[in-house]
Design a protein around this ligand. Structure first.
Ligand code: MIG
Length: 692
């Protein structure tokens, strides 16, 4: 059951699809919590028992169980995800508290929200935000049911085309068509499957959105076709900021129609990002959103069928006002008597140093931005967390107009709950650190709770230099994430798999993704259409198992699998806890696989660098197809089935399959049952060929 509690006049973020159809209960009647209001601020407090756990918060730092930390929902472009960071790119204010009561809570608030989950005091969960807020309280039959009810309330998750489940290669930046051809050639040469190559900001002319550099990408349409004939999709980036340049169409139209955000003087707000001085489309203004969305047609007309939206927190490098302040401070410093003993001098020096090193993403600058929301002028700080959401919504809504029959790939860096209906997200600028494999694993189930199913991290790590073993192990987890993309930053060591020795080991790992692809796609689409989680903490499947409840480095995937990736260097074994007897399949490439039944309890398994352990739950089925070099070349009708069942028990798997593009997804029409009956006989729906 979902109940809405309201304080003041909440802003409808459109996260909850039927926001107005819920009865407005007064905050005073909110159960479980004590609340206090100070000026325009609201603080909610819940007393936690010793063993209570808190799940959720989507793209957030730290654990699957969020207890013990402090988290601030304020979409932030911070490329250093160290342990003490409290804000990342998304704002996903949904938690489930597992306690004697067990309930879900969604703080629907587009400005900053602070969650202190037992950090100040281990027994106190405290949430603070502005006092104009809608709060949704969800009760139900356990963790999984509460998550599902919440997902029903926020609308069906975005489903990408099937090719987006293939392996994808990115780098900031492949500078030319020739360089991209080379990347594709090398993957094909070494028989590494590949479905997409990304185009980072340098494909544009002067970092101007909706332009292509003719010198480095001559005859772009022909290039897109050439790639597509090899089953390679090109995925260009779109940045939020629009370059200020006379006669640049997007700029001129934005200015002429007042589609850009304003500053306190009513002028178009200006800050620098990659193109230099830019304006920022007012994605919260419905007409601006429609206009910007339509712009994607420029690339769709050239054959492009996938996009990633970046810099939409929005990231600001600096503003002219910020520079001016730093300049004034520098002048003041120069005017002071540089007596090293003078505290005034040193104070001024440190203020200057701080100012110049923190010119980016300053609160003072965000505070200068104004939106036009249905005729009302709204300060940015009130709605900050909705900017990236509405940029991606602009694109998603436009795609429904431009190509209603076909799904396109779309994902974003910044997001708020609600955006999950229009696109996926990737988890931003991580590093080539072992700890970031684990961090990304922990984010996955929390993101799924909040509706973000199509997601993954930059495999191999974005910042820093990647090593061969790190990449192999990261891929070993990445073969289960819907978005499986290798990406690295400018200036870092090249990390395409063919740059390293023993390339066949990379093939061994990536081949497993392709063998699993039809199954994972089926699991994904079913999860999306049924508002279920594709990734789950063990606690969701085994709520009464105290050991399972505390596991932070294993995940449930789809209805029938459990995974236990390796995330530490130079290790070839790992401990795994089995919450029940399971079928353990050990892959070393597609051809070499062994399986054995392991009993409930602790196990230590051998996991060679290119090996993948998969665990199948009892009375479930796993289907494998033969790997191929692209998702398009896979056989979606021929499988090898792995079934682990109780004697005399029949097992049925409902396989979802479609043409990979259609936007008319139907569970009714696209499910084919594949069963093993009591006697062990296999019965597959017609058209399918399956062996056990
Ligand atoms: O300020 O476009 O997160 O994936 O490669 C860096 C360049 C801008 C940040 C994105 C990253 C992308 C990079 N972008």
């Amino acid at each position: 059951m979902i109940k809405k509690f309201v304080s003041g006049t909440p802003f409808n973020t459109e996260a909850v699809t039927d926001f107005y159809s819920y009865e407005n209960n007064s905050l005073a009647s909110l159960p479980y919590f004590n609340f206090t209001t100070e000026k325009d601020k609201l603080i909610l407090e819940y007393r936690m028992a010793e063993n209570d756990a808190v799940y959720g918060l989507g793209e957030a730092n730290r654990g699957i169980n969020k207890r013990g930390g402090r988290y601030v929902s304020f979409c932030t472009d911070d490329p250093s995800h160290t342990e003490e960071k409290v804000s990342l790119y998304g704002a996903h204010n949904f938690i489930i508290v597992r306690s004697s009561k067990t309930f879900g809570l969604f703080i629907d608030c587009p400005s900053e929200v602070v969650f202190d989950i037992g950090y100040e005091r281990y027994d106190i969960l405290s949430i603070s935000c502005v006092s104009d807020v809608a709060i949704f309280l969800i009760t139900g039959n356990g963790l999984y049911d509460i998550a599902r009810q919440f997902r029903q309330a926020i609308g069906t998750s975005y489903i990408p085309p099937r090719w987006a489940f293939g392996y994808q290669q990115c780098r900031w930046s492949y500078m030319s068509a020739a360089e991209i051809r080379d990347v594709v050639f090398n993957h094909r040469k070494h028989n590494i499957p590949l479905d997409a190559v990304y185009m980072d900001i340098d494909y544009m002319d002067g970092y101007k959105d909706f332009t292509v550099n003719d010198a480095t990408f001559p005859d772009f349409t022909a290039f897109v076709n050439e790639m597509s004939s090899m089953d390679i999709h090109l995925v260009p980036i779109i940045d939020a900021g629009v370059k200020i340049e006379k006669d640049y169409e997007t700029y001129e139209e934005g200015v002429a129609n007042d589609y850009f955000c304003k500053n306190e003087n009513g002028e178009d707000f200006t800050a620098t990002v990659w193109p230099g001085l830019t304006h920022f489309p007012d994605f919260l203004n419905p007409s601006a959103r429609e206009w910007f969305g339509n712009k994607y047609q420029f690339l769709i007309d050239k054959g492009i069928d996938g996009f990633w939206n970046d810099m939409n927190e929005p990231a600001l490098f600096h503003t002219p006002e910020g520079i001016l302040e730093a300049h004034e401070r520098a002048c003041a410093l120069a005017d002071l008597d540089p007596d090293p003993a003078s505290s005034e001098y040193m104070d001024c020096f440190y203020k200057f140093k701080d100012l110049s090193s923190r010119l980016n993403n300053r609160m003072e600058d965000y505070a200068r931005i104004y939106h036009n929301i249905n005729g009302q002028t709204v300060n940015h700080l009130k709605v900050h967390n909705l900017y990236g959401y509405n940029m991606t919504r602009a694109a998603g809504e436009a795609f429904e107009r431009i190509c209603p029959d076909k799904r396109l790939l779309l994902f974003s860096r910044s997001s708020y709950i609600g955006m999950h209906r229009y696109g996926g997200i990737w988890t931003g600028d991580n590093m080539s650190w072992w700890s970031h494999i684990l961090l990304s694993m922990k984010m996955m189930p929390s993101l799924n709770m909040c509706g973000f199913l199509y997601t993954g991290s930059d495999i191999g790590g974005f910042g820093c230099n990647c090593s061969r073993q790190l990449l192999l192990r990261w891929l070993g987890f990445g073969i289960f994430t819907p978005l499986m993309r290798n990406h690295a930053a400018l200036g870092t060591r090249v990390q395409e798999v063919y740059r390293f020795e023993n390339i066949h080991e990379f093939k061994n790992v990536i081949d497993i993704r392709y063998a699993l692809l039809p199954y994972l796609y089926s699991e994904f689409v079913k999860a999306a259409l049924k508002d279920e989680m594709y990734f789950r903490p063990l606690a969701f499947d085994y709520p009464d198992d105290e050991i399972a409840n505390r596991i932070e480095d294993q995940l449930m995937v789809g209805e029938g699998l459990m995974i236990a990736p390796v995330y530490t260097e130079n290790t070839v074994r790992r401990y795994v806890y089995l919450p029940e007897d399971m079928l353990y399949i050990r892959f070393k490439g597609f051809a070499q696989r062994t399986c054995e039944i392991l009993k409930k309890g602790d196990h230590c398994i051998e996991v060679g660098y290119d090996e993948i352990p998969v665990f199948v739950k009892k009375n479930h089925m796993l289907l494998l197809t033969k790997p191929a070099l692209s998702s398009n070349a896979l056989d979606y009708y021929k499988y090898t089935a792995y079934v682990y069942r109780d004697p005399e028990t029949s097992v049925t798997y409902e396989l979802y399959n479609d043409d990979g593009y259609t936007s008319r997804l139907s569970l009714k029409d696209n499910i084919s049952p594949i069963s093993v009956d009591e006697s062990g006989k296999l019965i597959a729906a017609s058209g399918y060929e399956v062996e056990v």
